[in-house]
Design a protein around this ligand. Structure first.
Ligand SMILES: [Zn+2]
Length: 330
């Protein structure tokens, strides 16, 4: 239940007003007041409805509001400006200020998202999702908007190759959920046909609203991995590209696994796999199959690395990905 209503507040003026004869008692001395009426929700003033001047005879207490016939109209402005100031008026806009701040905040957030999406469209990556909006003709002659996912299948110098989802949705939330749940990762989710689009046209497609939003897969993984690297756990796997670390490593066969053996306050102790692969997926398969859980999979050597240095290793491309056991089992 929302509690709302109108509220009023009366402020006494400091100056007395003189020069108008009281219609009741002929007295010429008047006290002045100002009253504000405002709309509130949960007792937070949202906006001001009115501000009125009031005078009260010091003798007979006859009171006239600005809208009364007997109120001397010419002094209304003068009384109000002597009573109302920013200090006693602004707080009556509290709600409006809060609402305005929320709107501004939301629009800043959406601007940030927009800018990021334009950067993604300028630099498309395999696996990027574009939620696209298009009109679909209906049998009765009308049309409606449908949303579908287009996924970047390959990227060349000028062209991006896209595949489109089999299903379409009438609401934006449909494709979003499919991306979040991982459903959209699956190849079966898409039609076999591919569409080629000029890279240079992608931004324009967003401008006109055909591309409704852009989601980049790696982003979540990146945040999660950074978290894992700042809070390492025993048995975390790091798929590493050793040629980025050691110059004498053969750059053809350079992906191996490092497993966290010990974690102390500031450092981790790692063991390195005996087997190396051409591609990181080779190492990943060994992690998934459980092969990399065996101690015999590793050399006897250990390496100590400062926890604070792990993120740097990822930035330099030495650590290509981080896998945590509990996640693999799920
Ligand atoms: Zn009077």
């Amino acid at each position: 239940m929302i509690i709302y209503g109108t509220c009023s507040k009366t402020i006494a003026g400091k100056k007395k007003y003189e020069g108008y004869n009281c219609p009741n008692c002929d007295n010429t001395q008047w006290e002045t007041f100002g009253t504000m009426k405002y709309f509130d929700i949960y007792w937070i003033p949202i906006f001001l409805i009115s501000r009125l001047a009031i005078i009260r005879c010091t003798n007979c207490k006859a009171t006239f509001y600005e809208y009364d016939k007997k109120f001397p109209k010419e002094i209304a402005g003068q009384i109000k400006s002597s009573i109302f100031n920013l200090k006693n008026t602004i707080p009556k806009f509290t709600g409006l200020i809060i609402i305005a701040s929320l709107i501004i905040w939301a629009s800043i957030q959406s601007n940030i998202k927009d800018e990021k999406e334009y950067v993604y469209l300028e630099n498309p990556m395999i696996g990027d999702f574009y939620v696209v909006k298009h009109r679909k003709a209906l049998q009765n002659g009308g049309s409606e908007y449908r949303f579908r996912i287009m996924k970047v299948k390959s990227v060349s110098k000028d062209i991006v190759e896209l595949i489109g989802s089999r299903c379409t949705y009438s609401m934006m939330i449909g494709p979003r959920d499919d991306i979040k749940s991982g459903k959209a990762d699956n190849d079966n989710y898409y039609i076999d046909e591919t569409i080629n689009i000029q890279r240079s046209g992608l931004k324009q497609m967003k401008k006109i609203g055909t591309i409704y939003s852009v989601e980049r897969q790696s982003e979540n993984k990146d945040t999660k991995e950074n978290f894992y690297l700042t809070k390492p756990m025993v048995n975390d796997f790091y798929i590493v590209n050793l040629s980025k670390m050691f110059k004498n490593v053969d750059s053809k066969c350079n992906y191996s696994i490092m497993r966290v053996r010990l974690v102390s306050k500031n450092a981790v102790e790692l063991i390195i796999s005996k087997i190396k692969y051409n591609l990181p997926t080779g190492s990943l398969k060994d992690i998934i199959s459980g092969e990399a859980n065996k101690d015999s999979y590793y050399t006897k050597k250990t390496i100590q690395i400062l926890i604070s240095g792990l993120i740097k290793l990822k930035e330099y491309g030495v650590i290509c990905s981080v896998e945590r056991q509990s996640e693999i089992n799920n």
